[in-house]
Ligand binder design. Structure first.
Ligand SMILES: [Zn+2]
Length: 68
C-alpha cells in the first residue's frame, strides 16, 4: 500500500476543500447546521461560530458577544 511521504499542510487542505465545495458529488464534504447556533458546520468538527462541540463549549466563540 502506498504511504504518503508527509502530511499536507493547512493551505493544501483548504485549497482541496475549496475545490470539493465547488463541485457536487460523492466526495463533497457534508456541511450541516450546528445544533447550538445553526451555523453551517462540518460534522465532527468544532463549530466555528459558537465554539460548541458535543453539547459543550470547547472553544472560544467568534461572535461579538465577548462581554462575559
Ligand atoms: Zn454553533
Amino acid at each position: 500500500m502506498a504511504l504518503q511521504k508527509r502530511r499536507r499542510g493547512p493551505k493544501r487542505t483548504r485549497q482541496q476543500r475549496s475545490a470539493w465545495m465547488k463541485k457536487s458529488g460523492e466526495n463533497r464534504p457534508l456541511v450541516q447546521g450546528c445544533p447550538n447556533c445553526g451555523a453551517p458546520r462540518i460534522p465532527h468538527r468544532v463549530c466555528g461560530a459558537c465554539g460548541f462541540y458535543n453539547g459543550a463549549q470547547v472553544a472560544k466563540a467568534r461572535t461579538a458577544d465577548a462581554a462575559e
